[in-house]
Ligand binder design. Sequence first.
Ligand SMILES: Nc1ncnc2c1ncn2[C@@H]1O[C@H](COP(=O)(O)OP(=O)(O)O)[C@@H](O)[C@H]1O
Ligand SMILES: [Mg+2]
Length: 326
Amino acid sequence: MSGFISLDGVSVDFHVRRGLFATTPVHAVRGVSLEIARGEHVAIVGESGSGKTTLGRALLRLQAVSAGRIVVDGDPIADLAGDDLMRFRRRVGAIFQDPYASLSPYMRVREIVAEGLVVHGTVPAAEHEARVLAALEAVRLSPAAEIADRFPHTMSGGQRQRVAIARAMVLEPEILVADEPVSMVDASSRVEILALLRELQVSRGLTIVSVTHDLASARHSADRIAVMYAGRIVEEGPAASLVDDPRHPYTRALLAAVPEPDPANRLRDRAVVPGEPPSPAALPPGCAFHPRCPVAIAGTCEVTDPAATPRSGGGQVACVRELPGA
Ligand SMILES: Nc1ncnc2c1ncn2[C@@H]1O[C@H](COP(=O)(O)OP(=O)(O)O)[C@@H](O)[C@H]1O
Ligand SMILES: [Mg+2]
């Protein structure tokens, strides 16, 4: 697989103060390796606290990595500085979870969407208005000229998230990192926004890395899914294969725990798998999932942290039960 984006053993530790002198390391992301092809949409899926946002921020170079390397189109991003870093920022757009918090209430949609153009100065000012209107049209906000005059508070959550996407798209990025882009918008807008992201992916060859805690929506919106647990990718593969034939017990548990029939409630952040994920400051030894795992092998899973091995159907899985000969 061609690694347009290549994550190689990426770890992120936070050092949280504990008392006056001591700090506790929080292992938010642990040795994540993942290859993403140009034009592909990879969804990172996992419960709250699994490290998804931290991984997305590392890819945006908003968060330094403690170990490992992220390479985008041949460039290790940790080394970028000056003009190269600005160019990277134009190439990689971001959408965040909360379209209420991420848009300034004091700016009109025109100024919000134009911000990147102003900051980067790569497009002549005379062309900004046309670029803004084109970006609004691209996210199906019309009439664009009328929308551009509005303030975010006059708009619905779904409309605001479209403005956030227009803002990310105005510099024509090659990569979009979307952190839970639909978890705070209403059910009908969710479907439309996921369809819009798919359309942008296909029509512009955009590479998308999204973060979600909803495996069912990832199945329909992404090409590939990577399931994270306690900072590690425990299973990764083609979206359909991963959901229809999950190999890791955690992926199975996530799928079994989607009984919510009302789609309006389905994406709500809640503990879906029995038990609690471990604190990344106090991880269990061996496989981090073993205390919750219904098929843990006594004497093995509490001591062995399984390496990723190829899974049937494509991708990788990290479970001793999937090891050859197991
Ligand atoms: N800035 C930070 N300082 C300390 N701990 C953090 C920080 N950001 C995230 N964490 C911790 O790292 C873990 C992973 O968080 P996060 O990446 O936000 O997970 P997710 O997006 O999957 O919910 C959590 O335990 C969280 O509390
Ligand atoms: Mg998050």
